[in-house]
Design a protein around this ligand. Structure first.
Ligand SMILES: Nc1nc2c(ncn2[C@@H]2O[C@H](COP(=O)(O)OP(=O)(O)OP(=O)(O)O)[C@@H](O)[C@H]2O)c(=O)[nH]1
Ligand SMILES: [Mg+2]
Length: 251
């Protein structure tokens, strides 16, 4: 069965930095989904491994009959996951997307969950569907070492406690947003450069009155390539929940 977005368009925004080994497979999986009107937008920060060029070649391949299924946003330097998302999501909204999905390029997020996320958003009317590792039925790749599992769980619990939110996977990077929710948050006002973007955007959406639904997903270890998590992004992630909380108190 093919899911038909009707006149509405859905855009998967995928930031890439040195993901040449993963991108062709990811594009095939996303554009092979049984969803009419689904678009894939790559946001590449001039990856030295040629990911941007590969993305252009893939776009040419998938846009063969005059239909624009895939596009590439090139940025001049590595500027952080959060800023890449702000650029990609803003472009998707300008192009008329009704739904925007965030997804990593490294194979960690299960592409086959996208129709389920979309169905949940359409059926429930919520503005945010979180692909969650921490609700019943969700799981983490067993290849993740104990240290990393504990760190991820701690980061989540820490951000949830500081912000007082009910979302169980507040640091999740696999989410579906309605255009209305993203417009209400006003992407241009987000402060996060890196991974804390995930927490900041969810927090601001809920604070703006939108509700979230979490659906269980299995998070896989990246297929190829290396992690881009740096010390500065980890520090930003540790500080952001406290900053958001303090600002929210004052405002
Ligand atoms: N455009 C852009 N993409 C980025 C940047 N940093 C990370 N990414 C991409 O964002 C996604 C998530 O980054 P990862 O390095 O996989 O981060 P992670 O999933 O927390 O870490 P691993 O589990 O070790 O892979 C991947 O698709 C990266 O290529 C950036 O500065 N700019
Ligand atoms: Mg990853």
């Amino acid at each position: 069965m093919t899911y038909d977005l009707g006149g509405d368009r859905g855009t998967v925004v995928m930031p890439t930095y040195n993901e040449a080994a993963n991108l062709p497979r990811m594009a095939e999986l996303v554009l092979g989904l049984p969803i009419d009107g689904l678009h894939l937008k790559i946001v590449d920060d001039s990856s030295p491994d040629g990911t941007g060029r590969i993305a252009e070649e893939l776009a040419e391949k998938y846009n063969w009959d005059g239909r624009r299924r895939m596009s590439v946003l090139h940025r001049t330097e590595k500027d952080g996951l959060g800023r890449a998302y702000v650029a990609g999501m803003s472009a998707a909204l300008d192009e008329g997307a009704a739904y925007v999905v965030q997804m990593d390029a490294d194979g960690s997020h299960p592409v086959e969950a996208v129709p389920r996320m979309l169905g949940t958003a359409v059926a429930s009317g919520v503005g945010l569907v979180v692909g969650s590792r921490y609700v019943e039925g969700g799981s983490l790749d067993e290849e993740w070492g104990r240290h990393r599992v504990l760190l991820s769980r701690f980061a989540n619990r820490y951000a949830r406690t500081v912000l007082g939110t009910k979302i169980r996977d507040i640091t999740a990077g696999f989410n579906l947003w309605s255009a209305a929710t993203l417009r209400d948050v006003d992407l241009a006002t987000l402060d996060s450069a890196g991974y804390s973007f995930q927490v900041e955007l969810k927090f601001k959406a809920v604070r703006a009155g939108h509700s979230a639904v979490e659906i269980p997903i299995r998070f896989e270890e990246r297929t190829e390539g290396v992690s881009k998590m740096s010390l500065s992004t980890q520090i930003e992630s540790a500080v952001m929940p406290v900053r958001l909380r303090l600002r929210n108190r004052r405002g």
